[in-house]
Design a protein around this ligand. Structure first.
Ligand SMILES: NC(=O)c1ccc[n+]([C@@H]2O[C@H](COP(=O)([O-])OP(=O)(O)OC[C@H]3O[C@@H](n4cnc5c(N)ncnc54)[C@H](OP(=O)(O)O)[C@@H]3O)[C@@H](O)[C@H]2O)c1
Ligand code: SF4
Ligand code: SF4
Length: 379
């Protein structure tokens, strides 16, 4: 396992972090809480036995079971061999005292005296302002003083300016962003990564394989591009390699649902040094990115400038679904998700063609026409 300094925190952390959001399920069950506990505990312990010292979970994962299972896996001395990260479900807090209650519940689920990395879960602009007003920063300070958490951080899902604003607003000890070869410029993106790096804030990466889409059911064209290189690596290894090449990346969280995936991924991290990719390798990744881009239906960058739409149309989300359906050739999945938007009155049919969105879109997209096209394709 390859380790890096956790910047100014004075210890080394494995570049592979075990993500506990996609643990193995009991066969035949589709309910997310029906985790195969024994298999999951075996996997977490296997990871720790093979040098992984960063375990990531969160309050809602697997309907609350993930934290409990991590707690069980950490018995028999495993707690002393690893750091644990979990996240405060900020959307459940309506008042200051709720932060305290939730943290105590998490400590009890995990059966630990303290949490190493405690993240405000899935911060976006709205949530950030709301929890700040509720006193979340004061709560983090006090909780560190009480010894219940060691390092406060946040995970993030919004646009780059919001990310920078949050980073600049507090003495964060780490942060977690979504990044993979397809999301280079999405949300915080590489620019956000470098910004955090310039401030000396460790960055942990989530969704490195875009939830598995960069690993499975790949088109022959993608496989051919990856194979068109003298050194043969699996698409999974290329995706991780592109990430660990960044010196600003501290740890990459890998979600795994089988022992085979875990073993394969740990092996990839044996020598996960930064700055190892040659110009030819980077050019290969560019070709893959270009191929994916060619399948993109709408050049929406997800900047959210067009939001809110007065008719409640979820413009960037609809474009993202439409693009993903095309890129991954999976309209079935995205049509199902789009049904939820229809139920909530956020779908393209709500558009009254007021034109507000088009007048502010920095990409000058013909949004009205494209929303109709996406709606047709997703219904
Ligand atoms: N804070 C947040 O808002 C947030 C959001 C997302 C994730 N996270 C954290 O970040 C972690 C990582 O994100 P992620 O789970 O989305 O990671 P990911 O690496 O993008 O996707 C994981 C999925 O990729 C597939 N996979 C992994 N290794 C593979 C291999 N060797 N061969 C073939 N397929 C492979 C598996 O899919 P199948 O299961 O379908 O086989 C696995 O479940 C999560 O587990 C969670 O701890 C946090
Ligand atoms: S044109 Fe349609 S999508 Fe755009 S802001 Fe108006 S109602 Fe919303
Ligand atoms: S303003 Fe344009 S680029 Fe930005 S989210 Fe809306 S449609 Fe996408």
């Amino acid at each position: 396992m390859y380790y890096v300094d956790f910047d100014n925190l004075g210890f080394k952390v494995s570049r592979f972090g075990m993500g506990c959001m996609r643990l193995p399920m009991i066969e035949g069950h589709t309910d997310d809480s029906q985790v195969d506990e024994k298999a999951a505990i075996d996997m977490i312990r296997y990871a720790i036995d093979h040098g992984v010292n960063y375990i990531d979970t969160a309050y809602p994962y697997h309907g609350g079971r993930s934290e409990v299972i991590v707690g069980k896996a950490l018995k028999k001395g495993y707690r002393d061999k690893t750091m644990v990260a979990t996240k405060l479900p900020i959307w459940l807090a309506k008042k200051y005292e709720d932060f305290e209650k939730l943290l105590d519940e998490q400590l009890s689920r995990l059966k630990v005296d303290y949490i190493d990395f405690y993240l405000l879960h899935a911060l976006d602009e709205k949530r950030w302002h709301r929890v700040r007003e509720l006193g979340v920063l004061d709560f983090l300070e006090k909780t560190v003083q009480k010894g219940k958490i060691r390092y406060p951080g946040f995970s993030f899902h919004d646009e780059l300016p919001v990310f920078k604003d949050i980073l600049d607003s507090y003495d964060w000890r780490m942060c977690q962003i979504q990044l993979n070869i397809l999301d280079e410029h999405y949300q915080a993106g590489v620019e956000g990564l470098k910004y955090a790096g310039s401030k000396g804030i460790p960055v942990v990466i989530m969704e490195p394989l875009k939830g598995g889409k960069l690993a499975q059911n790949l088109s022959q064209e993608i496989i051919d591009i990856w194979n068109d290189f003298p050194i043969k690596r699996s698409p999974v290894e290329w995706a991780f390699r592109w990430l660990y090449n960044f010196p600003e990346v501290t740890t990459i969280l890998s979600g795994v649902s089988t022992m085979e995936q875990l073993k394969e991924n740990i092996k990839i991290f044996e020598n996960a040094k930064p700055n190892v990719m040659t110009p030819e390798e980077l050019a290969l990744v560019k070709r893959v990115q270009e191929y994916y881009k060619g399948k993109i239906k709408v050049d929406c960058t997800g900047c959210n400038y067009c939001m809110p739409c007065p008719s409640n149309v979820a413009i960037p989300d609809i474009f993202s679904m439409y693009n993903n359906a095309s890129i991954f050739d999976d309209f079935k999945t995205y049509k199902k998700r789009y049904e939820e938007f229809i139920k909530k009155g956020k779908d393209g049919s709500q558009c009254v063609e007021c034109g507000n969105c088009e007048s502010v879109c920095p990409q000058h997209l013909p949004i009205i026409e494209k929303i109709k096209e996406a709606h047709r394709a997703l219904t």
